[in-house]
Each structure stands twice: as C-alpha cells, then as structure tokens.
Write a protein of this length. Structure first.
Length: 382
C-alpha cells in the first residue's frame, strides 16, 4: 500500500514538472530569439520580443531577465518612462529575484534624473545621448555645446550639478579651459551640498593645475574641508600631483634655457663661419634642402592632427614648428666648415634641441598628464 502511494506521488510530480520544463525551454528559446534580434541591430524588435516574453510567462524563469533587457533597451532609446515602468515591474513582481537590486538601483537613478513624475525625462534622455555622442566624436565641440544649451534651458534638472561638472571636465580635456572654468564655477555655485561642492572645487583646482596655475590650485585645495575620508584621500592625491607637476615645471625651465643657449651657440657659429652678422643672416636664405622637404610634410601632418584631440594637435604643431626651426638653423650651420669635434658637438646639440622641443610640447598643454590619466583609467568621457 505504501509502495503504491509513493509511486502515485512520484507520477504526479513527474506530470507536474514535465510541462514546466517544456515551458522553460520555450521561454529560453524566445529569449534567445529576442537576443539574436538585438545582435542583428533590431533594438525595437528585440525590446518588443522581450516584453512579449515577460507578458506571456510573467511567472516564468526568464520573465525578470526579459524585463531587464527591455528596460535597458528603453533607456538606450530615450524612453525613460517606459524604462521606469519596466524596472518597476521587476521590483514589484520579482522582488525576491536576483535582478531586484539592480532594478531598484536603476529605478532610483531614473527618478533622480527625470523626477518622480518624469517631468525631466526629455532632458535626461538628451543628457545621456549627448554624453555618448561626445565620447564617440573625434571633435566633441558640437555635442558639448548642445549639452550646455540643454542645461541652460533646464536649470531645475535634478542632475544639473552632475552634468555641469562633467561638462566642465569634458571641455577641459580638449583644452577649452575658459569654458571648463565657466561650467565648473557654475556647478560650484549651485552645489546641493558640502560633498558636491567639494567635488566641484576639486575639479576646479585640477583645471587650475592643467593651466599651469599650480599656486592657485594649491591655495584652492588647502582651503577645502573634505567631507569624508575618501574626499580627504582625493585632495591628498591631487596635492601630491601638484608636487610632481612643480618638478616638471623646473625641467620645463631647463628645457627653455637649453634651447636659448643652443640658439645663441648656433648664431655664434654662423657668425664665425661667415665672418660677420650680416653674412650669417644671409646664410639662412635660401633655406636648406631639408626644410624644403620637411615643411610641406609638416603642414600636412598639422592639418591631419587638427581633426583629432585639440591638445594632441597643439603638441604636434609645436613639435613640427620646432623641427622646422632646428632643420633650418642646423642646416645653415652644417653647410659651413666644421671640424670633426664640432660635427660631433653639432649632432649632440641637435639631439638635445629635439628632445627639449618634444618635452615642452607635451608638458606645456598637460598632454603628458592626459596620457597618464588615459593609461590608468582608459578613455571615458563620462
């Protein structure tokens, strides 16, 4: 009797589980099909398929995954109201699931950006779109300018401070320091709390440092009161960075001094070779053949560089101008009589001049700091 009861119970379990497994397999196939549509570039179709899966099997194993995918696609498309509704369904219907915490975090972020009633959804969508556009563009000026106009038109936007700080940082990264200072100053003036004000002041000090105003940056930092230990560490790190930049500044002065001495030495050599200053001046024209070949190439490279990052373009232009100057003056000296020892000294002088020019090019516009930051953190306009 007991054996029959156990057999009957087992049979009931098998009968109940078999359809569930079949349903899971069908849901998984539907989820895979929707994912394939997304991979093929059909974001709208993929979102509709994910939502259809969640509606057809609201209690299925794949329902919350489908809702999360649909919500993320809604955010990417700028449909923040739809995204809020989809994330909210996960929180409400799948509160014990593994995606509930992520859904709540995204829901909170959307409410913080667009308001509980969605009043600023359009502003938040434009904000996200323009951030992505600026990150993807070789020349982000248009996207950054448009974002500034969006913020000007929505002063009550809940994420205004965050967006203004980001905009200031973005302008600073491409060398537009006046615009960067304007937006950072506006963000500081509208900081909603001490922590936010500290963040704005920290970025403003960093901008001062990038502009070479190390004393102003240090004064700003020492006047700050960190709101927590993390902020204190950030201030200490930037103060240490100021020390490193001060050391580089001393090397910068040495580089300029070396170039001045080398130029005077070249002029004196020309005068001695030509037996007079007027003859030395005439020796510079026509330019050496090296300049005739180098100048057109330098112009082409400079024009190409201008299509990229303005800081990198400025460094390239300085290097090219310096290279043409070294080739012109050095070529004029090399055309005159030089003993073996003088030729060796000439080669050493040219090498030193090129090294000094390259160093000044990457230091004067803080390109070295940009390269180091990119190496540590990766390229991320956000």
């Amino acid at each position: 009797m007991i054996a029959r009861a156990l057999a009957l119970a087992l049979a009931l379990v098998v009968v109940a589980v078999a359809p569930a497994r079949a349903d899971d397999a069908a849901d998984q196939a539907a989820f895979t099909a929707a994912s394939q549509r997304l991979a093929a570039g059909d974001a709208a179709g993929a979102r509709a398929a994910f939502e259809a899966l969640a509606a057809a099997a609201p209690d299925g194993r794949w329902a919350d995954d489908a809702l999360a995918e649909a919500a993320a696609l809604a955010e990417a498309a700028g449909d923040l109201a739809g995204a809020r509704a989809l994330w909210g369904r996960i929180v409400h219907d799948h509160g014990d699931g593994r995606l509930a915490r992520r859904a709540q975090a995204r829901l909170d972020a959307l409410v913080a950006a667009g308001g509980a009633d969605g009043r600023f959804d359009a502003v938040a969508a434009a904000h996200e779109r323009l951030v992505r556009a600026a990150a993807a563009a070789e020349d982000p000026h248009a996207a950054l300018t448009e974002l500034g106009a969006v913020l000007d038109g929505a002063p009550a936007y809940p994420a205004w401070f965050v967006a203004a700080v980001w905009l200031g940082q973005a302008w600073g990264r491409i060398g537009e320091r006046r615009l960067a200072a304007t937006w950072l100053d506006r963000a500081i003036a509208r900081a909603p709390g001490p922590a936010e004000r500290f963040r704005g002041e920290l970025e403003r000090a960093r901008l001062d440092a990038d502009a070479g105003a190390l004393a102003a940056a240090r004064t700003r930092l020492t006047a700050l009161t960190p709101p927590d230990a993390v902020a204190a560490d950030a201030r200490a790190e930037l103060l240490a960075e100021l020390d490193r930049r001060a050391a580089r500044s001393r090397w910068r002065h040495l580089a300029w001094g070396a170039l001045a001495i080398l130029a005077l030495a070249a002029a004196a050599t020309l005068r001695r070779q030509r037996r007079g200053w007027r003859a030395a001046g005439r020796a510079l024209w026509p330019p050496p053949v090296e300049v005739a070949y180098l100048a057109p190439v330098a112009i082409g490279v400079a024009l190409v560089a201008r299509t990229g990052n303005p800081l990198a373009a400025a460094a390239v232009e300085r290097i090219l101008v310096g290279g043409v100057a070294v080739a012109w003056l050095g070529g004029a000296v090399a055309r005159g009589p030089l003993a073996l020892a003088a030729r060796l000294a000439f080669v050493a002088a040219v090498t030193l001049a090129v090294a000094a020019i390259a160093y000044l090019a990457v230091v004067d516009d803080q390109l070295l700091d940009l390269l180091l930051e990119t190496w540590r953190s990766g390229h991320d306009m956000r």
